[in-house]
Ligand binder design. Sequence first.
Ligand code: G3P
Length: 224
Amino acid sequence: MELYVDSANLKEIRHAASMGIISGVTTNPSLLAKEDPNQDIKTLLLDIHASVGGHLSVEVVSTDTAGMLREAEEILKWAPEATIKIPMIADGLAAVKELNRQDIPTNVTLIFSATQALAAANAGATYVSVFLGRLDDIGADGVQVVRDVAEIWDMNDLDALIIAASIRHPIHVMECAKAGAHISTVPYKVLMQCIKHPLTDSGLQAFLNDYNKMQSEKEKLGTK
Ligand code: G3P
């Protein structure tokens, strides 16, 4: 399962990219709104893409098919490698159908059920983003939806890539990998939690302490 970072913060994205663990970035209007309002969004998104390469999802804000297609055309002028992120609504599906006809990649977002994912795949989506954390937030089982989608994909040989999105913690990442998601788009904080373990830190500290002890004993014996 590939990892993307779900962020619009350049510092976080650059750090995640420097560790070599991510192969793409997803953003959305809410993530962009958390950043400096004086920042030009196009410049920010281009900087993000230059830092990571790979996948960059850029979301439209229109809610009608014609508006989404206009926005997609505009986005592709300044970010030709962008994947156009389209909301999972009827007009969105029509936009996906048309963009697919033009060979333009799409990421259908705000998917909360297996039937929505199936509809998006049939419309020609390149990626389907299942928002599992928000399902857990309302007391439903988000990972089960990812599992259902992956099972349907296997049985029907569907091509769209399943993105596990709205990830809340490392266990979500592990469960989505086991459930069969192709990609998990993970907030920076959770990525950092994923690579950390207290036994790694205490183990490293013990190695360093023992090494330093050995060095000072050698110094004392004059055998350094
Ligand atoms: O990738 C989807 C994500 O940005 C939504 O996450 O935390 O707002 O549910 P969240």
